[in-house]
Design a protein around this ligand. Structure first.
Ligand SMILES: [Zn+2]
Length: 81
């Protein structure tokens, strides 16, 4: 019988160092316990989502300035809206 390797401890460090590290056992193949793995994972997806939102906001901004320049051009030709 092969002795199973003991699961490593969670390496999560909270927002403040005073909390110290977590002493729970890791999920198999992960560096964090179940609780902290979900926290770290959610943080990662939140960051990705925010980046995507910024990208979309920039795209909308470009579209609006494009429309504005077209409106200005047409107004310059004597058209009013
Ligand atoms: Zn933990």
């Amino acid at each position: 019988m092969i002795a199973k390797q003991p699961a490593p401890k969670c390496t999560y460090i909270g927002p403040t160092a005073t909390q110290g590290t977590c002493s729970k056992l890791c999920i198999e193949g992960r560096s964090y316990c179940a609780e902290h793995y979900s926290i770290v994972y959610q943080k990662g997806t939140a960051n990705r989502k925010r980046k995507k939102d910024i990208k979309r906001a920039n795209a909308v901004w470009d579209f609006e300035s494009e429309i504005n320049s077209i409106v200005e051009e047409l107004e310059g030709e004597g058209l009013t809206f």
